[in-house]
Design a protein around this ligand. Structure first.
Ligand SMILES: [Zn+2]
Length: 224
């Protein structure tokens, strides 16, 4: 596997489970963790322990994730997508029920990744229906959103959440279209008291990074 972040032709595996991650790139030092399944993933991907993941996200320590689906019938990779590390955010984490009292690890609480909480750039297809997609396009998407890596984890989550909703609108959309999702954002960020101001701040960040542009007062357009 090549490195989607810098196009180094090969990533290597960590020796003897040294770290939480499975692979790393010797050139750009990115870490990758692999989740694989023979079943299609759908909207949810099962991850590890909930509180561990919360603290990893809050510290901004997450690796990139590879989500891979394979077939045991023909031994082929059916699909592979990457969640860039800066899109691993609290909004996409779902707490699962603790294991029952009879379980060996009673009380242990796992989590799911909710892929439908992420914008398109947060789940970059690398192999789709057994077809290998173009490396350069994948790397371009990574670089387009790399500005998020330099933001605090909390703020980065907001940018991703707003971008997700922006992508559900028409190419041209109004500020008030996004304000309609105030309750949605409040559920994701219950401690924030000024959701509308936060939305405006995030649209500004998306504009500064050429994801959208301001057309006129209260009207925006998504850039290609
Ligand atoms: Zn690399």
């Amino acid at each position: 596997m090549y490195c989607p972040c810098c196009l180094n032709p090969r990533i290597v595996d960590y020796p003897n489970n040294q770290k939480a991650s499975d692979f790393f790139c010797e050139k750009c030092k990115n870490d990758f963790q692999l989740k694989s399944s023979k079943k299609p993933f759908g909207k949810k991907v099962v991850d590890g322990e909930f509180n561990t993941m919360v603290s990893v996200i809050k510290k901004g320590d997450s690796p990139n994730f590879f989500i891979l689906q394979y077939s045991l019938e023909d031994w082929r990779v059916k699909s592979l997508l990457m969640i860039p590390k800066f899109f691993v955010i609290l909004s996409m984490l779902e707490k699962r029920n603790p294991l029952s009292i009879n379980a060996r690890r009673s009380g242990w609480t796992g989590c799911n990744f909710l892929l439908d909480k992420l914008p398109n750039e947060g789940k970059i297809p690398i192999i789709k229906d057994e077809k290998i997609l173009e490396k350069k396009v994948i790397n371009k998407t990574w670089r387009k959103m790399f500005f998020l890596a330099n933001k605090k984890p909390e703020l980065r989550g907001w940018t991703s959440d707003v971008l997700k909703i922006v992508q559900e609108q028409d190419k041209e959309f109004k500020l008030k279209d996004i304000y309609k999702y105030e309750n949605y954002f409040r559920e994701l960020h219950p401690t924030n008291n000024n959701i509308q101001a936060k939305i405006r701040q995030q649209l500004q960040i998306l504009r500064d990074n050429k994801i959208i542009k301001f057309k006129e007062r209260g009207i925006y357009e998504v850039l290609e």
